[in-house]
Design a protein around this ligand. Structure first.
Ligand code: SAM
Length: 330
């Protein structure tokens, strides 16, 4: 087991099969490109860090989602002190390491080679190596590779720890102006409309704020579907976070969809944050109004099910109400 010596040089490795896990590969947008314009301050250079001995194990290291200044001192120390680093794209992580003068050996661990590389990572861990896992940007495992590796390491009682840091979902949530008290991170929605609507229907009754990753190319369609399925709630689109053109656009889902329909798909990367379901019972006149509009488009059962999901009101109560409305009309 090596404790102090550190391998140098970059092993630019491979390809292969899909790791699977929580991320849908076809939904994968362009990777966050680190903002390389900002040079590190002299006191951020890795040479200035105290050289602490790293314990053997797997280190899950968060890296910047745009601004390279957002790397933590501990992340730099671990990346510098590890025996090797596994990353999604050795070119992306190579640039981050070069910026901080780190020459730790790099290997690829991504959706397409994870099945093949995972046993080698586990062997290294069993030998007592210090292995760091990073993704192209942000926190590994969060809509990024690593979940199966962590499961496998834990199953073999190998030490796993995390160096927390940037994450687009939490950054968007705290900038959204929507309640951060309880939230549900839903990752990427399916790219096709029918599947996307089905996925959204799963979250319709959730009271907590909803957080989605979305490709900017699909933003308009997704916002429109969210408005249809979840109701026209308050929302925010947080784009290019921590980068030069950071923007947070807040408004109702229908207004946001209308904005992007007119303006066209924006550049870069985006997170959509949507207010949670409001289960406080709407007043009777409002319920009747909403039932009437639902019944104009849907059958009795579908209309009451939709309203029950949106309001949290008992379906049976709504059904009786809808029946009474229909009978009154006759
Ligand atoms: N693991 C990363 C994290 O911790 O945030 C997320 C990786 S996921 C493959 C990439 C998605 O995260 C993008 O499509 C976008 O939805 C979101 N994202 C990443 N960086 C972002 C940024 N700077 N601004 C807005 N959204 C970002």
């Amino acid at each position: 087991m090596r404790r102090t010596a550190k391998a140098t040089g970059a092993a630019r490795a491979g390809s292969g099969k899909n790791e699977g896990g929580s991320r849908h590969p076809s939904r994968r947008p362009e990777a966050s490109k680190p903002d390389l314009r900002a040079p590190p301050a002299p006191d951020q250079a890795v040479g200035a860090l105290p050289q602490t001995e790293l314990m053997p194990g797997l280190y899950l290291v968060a890296t910047p989602i745009g601004n390279l200044g957002d790397i933590s001192l501990r992340a730099l120390a671990v990346l510098n002190g590890a025996d090797r680093i596994f990353c999604e794209d050795t070119r992306v992580t190579g640039k981050l390491l070069a910026r901080y003068g780190i020459s730790t050996s790099l290997g690829a661990y991504h959706d397409h080679n994870a099945e093949r590389v995972r046993p080698a990572v586990l062997t290294a861990l069993r030998r007592g190596e210090r292995v760091a896992l990073v993704s192209d940007a942000g926190t590994p495992l969060v809509s990024d590779p690593g979940y199966k590796l962590v499961r496998a390491a834990l199953a073999k009682d190998l030490p796993v720890t995390a160096i927390p840091g940037p994450n687009a979902a939490v950054t968007a949530l705290i900038l959204s102006g929507l309640s951060p008290d309880a939230f549900l991170f839903a990752g990427f929605l399916p790219p096709r409309q029918a599947a996307r609507r089905r996925a959204l229907a799963r979250w319709v009754a959730v009271e907590g704020t909803l957080v989605f990753y979305e490709s900017t190319q699909r933003l308009t369609e997704s916002l429109a579907d969210m408005g249809e399925v979840l109701g026209d709630r308050e929302a925010a689109v947080a784009r290019e976070l921590t980068k030069l053109h950071e923007e947070v656009r807040r408004g109702r889902l229908a207004d946001l969809a209308a904005h992007y329909r007119l303006a066209g798909p924006p550049r870069g990367e985006a997170v959509v944050v949507v207010g949670g379901a409001d289960h406080s019972e709407p007043d009777e006149a409002e319920v009747d109004q909403r039932l009437r509009s639902a019944l104009a488009e849907l059958g009795l059962r579908e209309a009451t099910a939709k309203l029950a999901a949106e309001t949290g009101m008992p379906r049976r109560k709504l059904y009786r109400r809808a029946l009474a409305m229909r009978d009154k009309k006759k």
